[in-house]
Design a protein around this ligand. Structure first.
Ligand code: DGY
Length: 332
């Protein structure tokens, strides 16, 4: 009789549909269950998964609140597909013995690209122009038609000077000739020139000082209790009627009702958004405004980056199983 031992593979639940190559790689190494419906799990389903599964590959659409970690939790790793982990109650996960990893670096350039695109779209009124043409209203070229504002020579204020903030700083300097000022509570002190901000970017001492000087403000800070509604009615008023707000970070950094009022009343000039406070719901009035550009949370949405994010999550799963330190452990 053969003495062959059956080695059980760790169980994994992948909560949303991933690029095919990533799902294939996971299936080849794990006892994996995939979400073929691509509909977010209910809290009840998620709690059941946490009770019965070694590893959960989750996303921003999984609201992993404290109560889901009550009772027995089998999960040892929440391998998050994305950088931001504000949808996970980190204390509750830690108490339940689950580590968290994320997928930094690989999505930096694509997310910065979307911020850059939103700067151009809002300042140059590109969404409005496209809607105008598609509606059949375009009567031909004329000198004063759809005039926007030029980004060249304007000041871009970046709040949060991590990898994505610095990538946008480089791009906006080179591609749009903007002058960059930035605010971050800590100095990232980057030695590597390829990931550093432009040499002439200026650090400013406070959020308010940045808002007072910037023609365009772009948010790149994490969503934490401290940054919730960082941009509120008072701060929108500091920005002023010729300034634009760009948000590709997280929705609840901005008070969405205050933003809606500010754009409607001309307190600021306009906004370009990829993320929303109550995603996927968007304040109805915003959707009717020409002065805002609204994208459906697609910052990292290229096949190259979404594949790289999946492979990065997989590398963290493999490290856990091999008993090695997680390459992208999210510190508690
Ligand atoms: C990120 O990486 O934070 C993206 O927004 C997806 O979660």
């Amino acid at each position: 009789m053969s003495a062959e031992r059956h080695v059980e593979r760790p169980t994994v639940v992948v909560t949303r549909k991933l690029p095919a190559t990533v799902e294939e790689a996971i299936a080849s190494r794990y006892d994996a269950r995939f979400n073929r419906t691509d509909v977010p799990l209910t809290p009840e389903q998620m709690q059941q998964v946490l009770r019965t599964t070694d590893i959960v590959l989750c996303t921003v659409t999984d609201k992993l609140r404290a109560e889901l970690f009550e009772g027995v939790v089998k999960t040892r790793l929440l391998a998050n597909f994305g950088v931001g982990v504000n949808h996970i109650d980190r204390d509750a996960a830690r108490r339940a013995g689950a580590q968290i990893s994320n997928t930094p670096d690989v999505l930096t350039d694509d997310t910065a690209d979307i911020a850059l695109a939103l700067i151009l779209m809002t300042m140059r009124r590109l969404g409005e122009g496209e809607r105008h043409l598609r509606s059949g209203a375009w009567s031909g070229w004329r000198p004063t038609h759809l005039m926007g504002h030029s980004p060249h020579g304007k000041t871009l204020g970046i709040i949060g000077y991590g990898r994505i903030g610095r990538a946008l700083a480089r791009q906006a300097t080179l591609a749009l000739g903007m002058h960059v000022i930035w605010y971050s509570p800590r100095d990232p002190r980057v030695d590597d020139a390829t990931t550093a901000g432009p040499a002439n970017a200026e650090r400013v001492e406070s959020v308010d000082a940045l808002l007072a000087r910037a023609d365009v403000v772009s948010l790149h800070c994490p969503a934490t209790p401290e940054t919730r509604h960082l941009i509120d009615a008072r701060r929108l008023a500091i920005m002023g009627s010729t300034s634009f707000l760009i948000n590709t970070a997280r929705g609840d950094i901005v008070d969405e009702y205050a933003l809606t009022n500010a754009v409607r009343d001309g307190v600021i000039a306009g906004a370009g958004l990829d993320v929303y406070e109550w995603e996927p719901t968007v304040v109805a009035e915003l959707r009717d405004m020409e002065k805002v550009v609204l994208l459906p949370h697609m910052g990292s949405g290229t096949i190259e980056t979404r594949t790289a994010m999946g492979m990065r999550a997989l590398a963290n799963m493999d490290a856990l199983v091999a008993g090695q330190p997680l390459p992208d452990l999210v510190a508690f």
